[in-house]
Design a protein around this ligand. Sequence first.
Ligand SMILES: [Zn+2]
Length: 350
Amino acid sequence: MKSCHFALVIGVAVALPLGAQAQPSSAKPMSFPVVQGKTYKFEKIADGVYYATGGLGSNNVVIVNDQDVLIVDTGTTPATARAFVADIKMLTDKPVRYVVNTHWHYDHTDGNSIFGPEVQIIATDFLRTAMTTFDVLNREPWKTSTAQYAPAQLDALKKQIADEKNAGRKAELTKQLADMTKIAADLKEVKPMPPNVTYSTKMVLHRGAREIDFLFLGRGHTGGDTVVYLPKEKIVATGDLMESRLAYMGDAFFDEWVTTLDALKKLDFNVDLPGHGIPFGDKGLITAFQSYLTDLTRQVAQLKSQGVSAEDAAKRVNLTSHAKDFPQIQGPGADVRGVRRVYAWLDEKR
Ligand SMILES: [Zn+2]
């Protein structure tokens, strides 16, 4: 696969419509009936439970209850959240009354603002604190992930189109420019809106016959990830705590993440619906990811102790032995934002 500037948004796929193919995974694809909306594709995982892909940002989950609908995560922009809610009307005419944010990253929360006060937006206490105190639009992962939509980048693409001689390639780039221009406009509409219902370790929602558990199993991808668990259906939605591919690591707590994933594996489930990637049923993928995390932190810690900079360490680590589980690894090196975070985390632990 030719690498392009979209490749830099590892784990926070802002450019999903353009970069959706950049989601390699060794997870064995599971097959579910599909309902195709205008923007989103819905895979029916169980009665009233759908996995939604195709929007800008996170993948989502739709849970249709007796009276109402709960959705997991809201994508990167109000525009994508509106397209999501519009497409949900193909599944049910019941109203969305509950939203869960699995974690505070923009690609899971920045669609929140389309919902009125009658909608309960549920997350961990930590998430609310993060969204209200982190200045989230002036730090990672927002900064590097949205930089590609800056006016200078769009101008560079326009120039490239003007210079392109190959008609097919020119048409491709022109389509890309149109998509990126729309995303740039949609991003301007973003107003981070924190949840209005929070919990510390566990909360249970009973809606008719449906039981929906919200679980904080420990720190990991962020300081406050929620796992959404349907105990009767044996389905779990894990956000970016566990994807079917490597997650962004810029806000991670690495050793705790491994422990938290042990707790995840203890839940009784047959399908994991991740924040990015594809549904998977094999808990072996979780073990493989734990092994990646352990190996990454060990290698980075060693380089740090030798006085190597985080930037150089990001080039020098070699995790290619994990490529069989995570095919996005195509050579030595790791996302520098994750490696910088390992450095900071090691300092915090001292
Ligand atoms: Zn994330």
